[in-house]
Design a protein around this ligand. Structure first.
Ligand code: FES
Ligand code: FE
Length: 355
């Protein structure tokens, strides 16, 4: 029922997605004052923007008068103030209500009482996070040292080169589960298995905010691309040792981070319904690589698009089977320990909310 019951889905959103830090985008999407993008999932609609002081802020995308959606386009630039299209209430980029026409004679009305409803934000190495809770867990506690661990990849410097949006017909947890084991790799991903043996590498023990591990590239394989070759130099901070691995980290509850010696792949998972999840996958490279005349990321883009499609197909089929009358849960292998960790974590979150 955790994959099919809309009531449990709503409880999970409350206990997990509306409580934890969510990966929303990258700072490069907000180049100047007024730049914004929207985060939309389930019944959430948030404007993430850069204000006149250069700070990244986020607000619920709903007018304080009669609730109208303020920004409609998925991203863009607000010139001056945010203006509601309905009755022209307007807001500064820091959320303050700047004007409310025809309210002059309303007794006791004060624009200061009607700022946009705020959403917390944080930035880690170019990654923008939002938190919908009133009292978010400190962001450092959420990162739990991953900022130090992954500092050598210099993620803040990397630039977006490709973005693909996938619409999956499955519960969000099935994508985490698929991501957190590689027993399916020799069967579903022959090319991946050719570059990186499915039993190689190690997982960290499950953590309160992330599940992760790394896998080894086979000898002679430089990165994950169609031919296993890299066409760009490795990232400046990467050691010979790190260059032998790909790191796979599921940062709960919506961010997957794949770090290769020469590029970064990110996934945002946006639950839309109990059996629907949108995935935004992005390929990021170092500007020195991008500026080379012979820069060609097509091999790594094609590799991961292929691998993604293979995974999404299986995730959708898992949903289909789990939603069918004859479904009965089966046992995990000892190499599926992260899935067990995820299940325990979801139950704990739901219990915590009920307690
Ligand atoms: Fe926005 Fe009236 S609903 S100004
Ligand atoms: Fe897979």
């Amino acid at each position: 029922k955790y994959y099919t019951d809309p009531a449990l889905f709503a409880q999970e959103l409350q206990a997990i997605h509306f409580d934890m830090w969510l990966h929303a985008g990258r700072t490069e999407q907000l180049p100047q004052a007024g730049s914004y993008f929207l985060v939309k999932f389930a019944n959430v609609n948030v404007i993430v923007l850069r204000d006149v002081e250069g700070n990244i802020k986020a607000f619920h995308n709903s007018c304080r008068h009669r609730g109208t959606q303020l920004c409609k386009e998925d991203h863009g630039r607000i010139a001056g103030k945010i203006r509601c299209p309905y009755h022209a209430w307007s807001y500064e980029l820091d959320g303050r209500c700047a004007g409310a026409p025809n309210m002059e004679k309303v007794e006791g009305f004060d624009t200061r009482d009607y700022p946009l409803n705020k959403v917390h934000t944080a930035v880690w190495d170019g990654h923008v996070f939002i938190n919908l809770s009133k009292n978010p867990m400190p962001f450092a506690q959420h990162l739990a040292g991953l900022d130090k661990k992954f500092a050598p990849w210099g993620m803040a410097d990397l630039k977006l080169v490709e973005r693909k949006v996938y619409h999956l017909k499955c519960n969000w947890k099935l994508i985490f589960q698929n991501y957190s084991e590689c027993l399916h790799c020799p069967i579903a991903h022959p090319l991946l298995n050719q570059h990186s043996h499915y039993m190689s590498g190690d997982n960290e023990p499950p953590q309160p905010t992330y599940l992760g591990g790394r896998m080894d590239l086979r000898p002679g394989v430089e990165t994950l691309s169609m031919d296993g070759k890299s066409t760009v130099p490795r990232l400046p901070g990467i050691t010979d040792e790190d260059a032998k691995h790909v790191y796979y980290y599921a940062i709960l509850p919506n961010f997957l981070l794949n770090l290769h010696p020469d590029f970064m792949l990110t996934f945002q998972l946006w639950p839309q319904a109990v059996d629907r999840t949108d995935v935004i996958c992005e390929w990021h490279y170092h500007p020195d690589a991008i500026n080379r005349a012979d820069f060609d990321p097509s091999g790594s883009i094609a590799f991961w698009d292929l691998t993604n499609q293979q995974d999404w197909e299986l995730s959708d089929r898992a949903q289909e089977g789990i939603g069918s009358l004859g479904y009965q849960p089966g046992p995990y292998s000892n190499r599926e320990e992260l899935l067990l960790g995820l299940d325990a974590w979801v139950l704990e979150k739901l219990e915590g909310k009920r307690a």
